[in-house]
Design a protein around this ligand. Structure first.
Ligand SMILES: [Fe+2]
Ligand SMILES: [Fe+2]
Length: 474
């Protein structure tokens, strides 16, 4: 699906955008909501949810807002909180994986349907998800340790996610209410939620809407409309604000509303939901911020890649400057470097964090991240021009790379620079199966491939950049 540019509205000043910041009237502009909604598909993938989960949650939450006549001033904050509610979801993936000894994507998918306040449901969930391929004894041991850590582990998992989510909202300069709503979306009306154990009206109203909307979406998509409303009635007063539940009950009869949620034009549907007088525009500076924010989402997926995307961006731009590339090429290169591994959001941490060698099947899945990067970025208009570049970071000049097996001149200068920067940062970082190389060791390893697999010019640029900035030297 492609995000379409919207026509600029000359002389209309949008709240949050000062007149002097507005681009010239003939500059094509894209709504921030279209960029974020397209990126939310990557968040759905990380959270193990069916495609479109965040957007459907947004549509449901905005409908609830309209039922309770939420003041216009809060609608924009709610709208972005609904779209970005899972932006912290990658940060707890490693913890979920190690705690359950299982694929984080599967564990997370099942997580949202369980009523944690019911002991039997919690126990059943743990039993179904813990170490699925281990022996009965190992599974029993893992269950015992989970029972021991129990509530604390659940709180940690939610806390990591919520704190990271609110940071991402702040990075994007969204209203403070958006950040607070994301932080508290897993609080429960009866005080048994996380991370702060807030109760009743101490939970921000927008968070109460988020919690209800996302749970209704998961039940509706997984089990159907009847199950979604049965769940709402059951959790009225425990998980959810009774007033919100009562306000939402009549929506059940609106068959057209629920039917539309099954269409595949979800991105078009939400265009009309952003309050028209508060439309936020993704200008160049904001698109850069989005790339920086999602680089953090990507890097948080595994503790082994902490700062990887940021480092690759810094090194790649440094090489580009040494090679005297023009400013617009450098900007493209930086965005591509920040987002080059976004496809890893769809890879299980069982593979990303594996201490031993990967099996053939696991290696194939890992290699698939480059293709996923292209698929994610290609559907976002402001990133579509860097989609191929970002996805080319494992290609080699001699055709031995992936995912397309490109050769020689079919690999652009920017892609060659990106590849060199990516390899250098990977080699100089610890991995679960080896220690980090020193700067000299990494350069020596790479030198062996220069000319055959790696671009000589890009490698020379790397060498000069490292010397000039003493990069990587304490
Ligand atoms: Fe990669
Ligand atoms: Fe990478």
């Amino acid at each position: 699906m492609t995000v379409h540019y919207i026509a600029a509205k000359p002389n209309v000043v949008q709240p949050g955008v000062s007149q002097k910041d507005l681009p010239p009237a003939d500059t094509p502009r894209v709504r921030l909501s279209q960029v974020i909604s397209a990126l939310s598909y990557a968040l759905d993938m990380t959270e193990g949810q069916p495609t479109g989960h965040a957007i459907r949650s947004c549509i449901i939450g905005m409908r609830l807002a309209s039922e309770i006549r939420l003041p216009a001033a809060k609608l924009s904050a709610l709208f972005y909180a609904l779209l970005l509610k899972d932006s912290g979801c990658s940060s707890n993936a490693g913890r979920v994986c190690s705690l359950f000894g299982a694929d984080d994507l599967t564990v997370k998918r099942n997580f949202k349907t369980v009523d944690w306040s019911r002991f039997s449901q919690s126990l059943g969930y743990v039993a179904r998800n813990v170490s699925p391929n281990a022996s009965p004894v190992q599974r029993a041991l893992r269950m015992m340790s989970l029972a021991f850590e129990g509530q604390k582990a659940a709180k940690d998992i939610v806390q990591i996610r919520c704190e990271r989510g609110e940071q991402i909202a702040r990075m994007l300069d969204l209203p403070e209410e958006t950040a607070r709503a994301i932080r508290s979306l897993d609080e429960h009306w009866d005080g048994h939620g996380h991370p702060d154990g807030l109760k009743g009206k101490d939970i921000p109203l927008l968070s109460r809407i988020l919690g209800l909307a996302q749970t209704v979406e998961v039940f509706f998509t997984t089990y159907g409309l009847g199950a979604a409303f049965d769940m709402l009635q059951e959790r009225r007063g425990t998980w959810f604000d009774p007033t919100l539940v009562d306000a939402f009950l009549p929506v059940r009869a609106d068959r057209a509303f629920w039917d539309r949620l099954k269409y595949d034009d979800l991105q078009e549907q939400i265009v009309g939901l952003e309050p028209e007088d508060r439309v936020l525009i993704a200008d160049d500076a904001r698109v850069d911020r989005i790339a920086e924010a999602f680089a953090k989402v990507v890097d948080a997926k595994s503790s082994w890649t902490y700062r990887h995307s940021e480092n690759v961006a810094e090194i790649a731009v440094g090489i580009g400057e040494i090679l005297s590339l023009p400013a617009n090429e450098l900007r493209k290169l930086r965005r591509a470097a920040l987002l080059h591994d976004i496809g890893k959001l769809g890879i299980s941490n069982l593979i990303l964090d594996k201490a031993g060698p990967l099996t053939d099947e696991e290696r194939d899945e890992m290699k698939g991240h480059a293709r996923k990067t292209r698929e994610i970025l290609a559907r976002i208009s402001c990133f579509s021009e860097i989609a191929t570049l970002a996805a080319s970071h494992h290609e080699r000049l001699d055709g031995t790379g992936y995912y397309q097996g490109l050769e020689g001149d079919s690999i652009s200068t920017l892609a060659r620079i990106l590849t060199v920067a990516d390899i250098y940062d990977a080699l100089t970082s610890d991995r679960p199966y080896r220690r980090a190389s020193t700067r000299e060791e990494a350069l020596e390893i790479m030198r062996r491939d220069v000319g055959a697999a790696l671009c000589r010019r890009a490698f020379t640029g790397l060498d000069l950049f490292l010397r000039k900035h003493r990069y990587g030297v304490d």
